[in-house]
Design a protein around this ligand. Structure first.
Ligand SMILES: Cc1ncc(COP(=O)(O)O)c(C=O)c1O
Length: 463
């Protein structure tokens, strides 16, 4: 029998859940192997200084989550093949939002479509636009890759255009990169909470996704180091800037820490997903600039221009570029040249900078409104963020909060969609401040504040 002692460290909440959580994390990290016999209820209770009942509840919770099985007279064992976590219907709720004020999507609201109309008019007036209507190289037209490099250069690092590729959005880039560097059954690691599209892309091609602990700066280097020692992962997916959903941004020192680990672990590639960084007043140098030969950097026009323009960009190490371009060709032949052309024009003619500046101002205005309305609430909403990460007041669960918000026609995303592994979703919600038109948003904020700005009413607490 293993002397497994969970590290309950900073875990808050009920003790039995903290033990179940620690068990889940240790199985996910590989610290607890399949078929390991866990300590008896009495033994673990003694070691942790809790009651036997608490350990029994913890093991029952772990069994409910499909992590362990109890055998009468023999003990509790880690299951060989934990049942897969429930699949997520990635993005589906966005299509069901109907007439509600949609605060569930990070999507820039663009009231002004004049730039788009003007550029389309310019394009139709041009004598020859055949190149935009034909097959192009899988990596995208050289001119589009050069514009992409100039976009990334705004973050302080100009990748070689020859190592870049144009994709149909960052989501397509993530899928293509994972498909290019991993095989079914491989493991990728990412922050415990992350953008659901990463998990969806990984699961689509049969990858295992393991969580890495995070703090207020995002992925913790020591946790990453520990995970890589336990499981040979093929890729690390990280969002160092304005993390979705927690808003965390890594400091330069944290970026150094992660890049040192990547440099030391030969078989692993860092996939740096940075679609929000263009909105920071003071941009952060990508980790890719520190370890370009081991990192695939991904960004997109979706947030700094508009999501309907399905244009994303990646910068890859020389050794991986060809394989990734093969994956782009396999999944889409190439990114839409017409849309990439519009994005390239806007990168170079100043329109992108104007749109980003206007959006920064509108995000700042909305952030101030929300902070003011939810004064006293615990919320993270740094400059440039498209969303707030709000801890729910006492008495609310994520489900009850989403239900109550829906009753007043406000759509919030399910927090569990951001969770990797079997961790219990935190009692926090991501509240997008970028979507819905300004008037709708402004009108929704006081209604939300009235709902969450006070303890949950007792009459609702029993529903
Ligand atoms: C962190 C992150 N990565 C990638 C994407 C996908 O971006 P795109 O719309 O370019 O596919 C999103 C979209 O919300 C995101 O939040």
């Amino acid at each position: 029998m293993t002397i497994w002692i969970p590290n309950l460290g900073k875990r808050g909440g009920p003790r039995y859940l903290a033990i179940a959580e620690a068990l889940s994390d240790d199985i996910a990290r590989g610290t607890l192997a399949a078929e390991t016999r866990l300590p008896t209820h009495r033994d673990l209770a003694y070691r942790l200084g809790v009651t036997v009942g608490t350990v029994s509840r913890a093991y029952a919770e772990a069994e409910r989550r499909g992590l362990v099985r109890g055998e009468v007279g023999r003990g509790t064992f880690v299951r060989v093949d934990p049942e897969p976590a429930a699949p997520i219907r990635f993005g589906a709720q966005a299509e069901e939002s109907g007439a509600t004020v949609d605060l569930s999507l990070n999507c820039p609201h663009e009231a002004d479509d004049s730039a788009f109309r003007a550029t389309l008019a310019d394009l139709t007036a041009e004598p020859d636009i055949r190149a935009l209507l034909a097959f192009r190289p899988g990596a995208g037209a050289p001119a589009h890759r050069e514009a992409a490099s100039r976009l990334v250069a705004r973050l302080g690092w100009a990748p070689d255009p020859a190592r870049m590729a144009v994709t149909n959005g960052a989501q397509h880039a993530l899928s293509a990169v994972l498909a290019a560097i991993c095989r079914p059954g491989d493991t990728v690691v990412c922050e415990t909470l992350t953008y659901p599209g990463i998990r969806a892309a990984a699961e689509l091609i049969g990858l295992r996704v393991k969580p890495i602990d995070m703090d207020e700066e995002g992925m913790i280097p020591s946790a990453l180091e520990e995970a890589l020692a336990a499981v040979p992962a093929k890729a690390i997916c990280a969002q160092p800037t304005l993390h979705n959903p927690t808003t965390a941004t890594m400091s330069p020192a944290r970026r150094d820490g992660i890049s040192e680990i990547v440099a030391r672990h030969g078989g692993v590639t860092l996939i740096e997903d940075d679609v929000y960084g263009h909105h920071l007043d003071r941009p952060q140098l990508p980790i890719a600039a520190r370890v370009p030969e081991r990192t695939v950097f991904i960004t997109s026009a979706s947030k700094c221009l508009m999501p309907g323009l399905r244009t994303g960009y990646l910068a890859a190490p020389e050794a991986l570029h060809g394989r990734i371009v093969d994956a782009i060709r396999t999944t889409s032949w190439m990114a839409s040249p017409l849309e990439a052309e519009i994005a390239a024009r806007w990168i170079d003619d100043g329109r992108l900078d104007q749109m980003v500046a206007a959006r920064r101002r509108e995000l700042a205005r909305r952030a101030a409104l929300l902070r003011n309305a939810l004064a006293g609430a615990s919320l993270r909403l740094p400059q440039g963020s498209f969303h707030a990460w709000v801890d729910l007041p006492e008495g609310w669960t994520v489900d009850s909060a989403r239900g109550a918000a829906r009753d007043i026609n406000i759509l919030l995303p399910p927090t569990e969609a951001f969770v990797i592994g079997r961790a219990v979703p935190p009692r926090s919600v991501r509240l997008s401040i970028s979507h819905s038109d300004a008037a709708q948003f402004d009108e929704a904020v006081p209604r939300l504040a009235a709902l969450f700005g006070r303890p949950r009413p007792a009459s609702l607490a029993v529903i």
